[in-house]
Ligand binder design. Structure first.
Ligand SMILES: [Zn+2]
Length: 78
């Protein structure tokens, strides 16, 4: 299981609303400042709220971008 700290270097995090298709990039740095390094990524999902239609439980998309200076594009859903 990933914690926020695991995502910091090589991943981007997006929240996607199934209802209105809104997609928003989340700042991993800000999440760590608020929730701590060890916060499990899987626990984020129920905390996310769509800024458009105000419902919770958005889809979480984790995009692997590679370490700084070695960016690549690979994504998967969880
Ligand atoms: Zn929405």
């Amino acid at each position: 299981m990933h914690s926020l700290n695991d995502l910091l270097e090589s991943f981007h995090l997006y929240a996607e609303c199934e209802r209105c298709q809104r997609s928003m990039q989340l700042s991993v740095e800000k999440l760590i400042a608020r929730l701590g390094n060890d916060f499990p990524v899987t626990d984020l999902r129920p905390r996310l709220r769509c800024t458009g239609c105000n419902i919770r439980g958005q889809d979480l998309r984790i995009v692997f971008v590679g370490p700084p200076g070695k960016r690549m594009v690979f994504q998967y859903r969880r």
